[in-house]
Design a binder for this molecule. Structure first.
Ligand code: ADP
Ligand code: MG
Length: 258
């Protein structure tokens, strides 16, 4: 099963106004269940728009999107909210930890929202997720009192604890120094062995080091990049015919990999 399938996705902001903006043009993409895929691109290229649409935070204007086996285009708002809570873990650049809660409570809230009721199970998963991000001893500490790197690790644990097979992360290391960036990326890499991690970043060094595959957005158009990056193990299509998104010419269409 493909974790994500996108066909001819188009996103227009303010479509009926003089300020309308086409943020995504005809994006098609298929992603496998467990891999580490990076979405790269300069500021304004549409990365956040794409990941927000995939996470159902935002809505596509046109096109088909399938997340796990759900067709987003035919789902009600309630169904999408449920999908978001139960099947997608989201990690933001600014962490967005709920203020005034201990880390244990933040984990608890996340699991309750995802529909978990068994307190034993919640405790077991909390211990496990916090241990994985190396914050096992911090359960009783307030989220507000943590450093940026620690906050982001809590945010990863909060996404992870629901047991979703899809983790989406929008520039999760954007506010972190090099040391914490490596810690966070190492954790995400570990996670990607058993589930899908889609990571938005504009830092190409991270892509070289961590990504199984990558895609690039330029001005809302999806392409693969043969010149800047050559991710080991993947043969990329030639860049002769630039009218056709390159990944459609390559095996990626079938394998989800570039
Ligand atoms: P990135 O994450 O790659 O920096 P975004 O997806 O945030 O890019 O933005 C893509 C384009 O869409 C940009 O030109 C941006 O200004 C525009 N945009 C983003 N959000 C909105 C919005 N809510 N309303 C109008 N335009 C938007
Ligand atoms: Mg962005």
């Amino acid at each position: 099963m493909k974790a994500i399938k996108v066909e001819n996705l188009k996103k227009v902001y303010n479509p009926y106004s003089a300020f309308s903006k086409v943020a995504l043009k005809d994006v098609s993409l298929e992603v496998e269940e467990s891999e580490f895929i990076c979405i790269m691109g300069t500021s304004g290229s549409g990365k956040t728009t794409l990941i927000n649409v995939l996470s159902t935070i935002d809505e596509a204007t046109n096109g088909k999107i399938q997340i796990n086996l759900h067709n987003l285009m035919t789902m009600s708002e309630n169904e999408k909210a449920l999908l978001r809570k139960k099947e997608i873990g989201f990690i933001f650049q600014n962490y967005y930890l709920e203020h005034g809660y201990s880390i244990g409570q933040i984990m608890h809230n996340s699991m309750k929202l995802a529909g978990f009721k068994d307190e034993e199970e919640i405790k077991r998963r909390t211990d496990e997720a916090l241990r994985l991000v190396d914050l096992g001893k911090y359960q009783h500490k307030s989220g507000d009192a943590l450093s940026g790197g620690q906050k982001q690790r809590v945010a990863i644990a909060r996404a992870l604890i629901k047991g979703t097979n899809i983790i989406l992360a929008d520039e999760p290391t954007g506010n972190l120094d090099a040391e914490n960036t490596v810690k966070v990326m190492d954790i995400l890499k570990e996670i990607s062995k058993t589930r899908l991690v889609v990571l938005v970043t504009h830092e190409t060094s991270l892509i070289n080091r961590y990504a199984d595959s990558h895609i690039e957005l330029i001005d809302g158009v999806l392409q693969s990049d043969t010149t800047v990056l050559d991710v080991e193990g993947y043969k990329l299509a030639s860049d002769k015919d630039m009218d056709v998104p390159m990944f459609l010419q390559s095996d990626a269409k079938h394998t989800g990999r570039l």
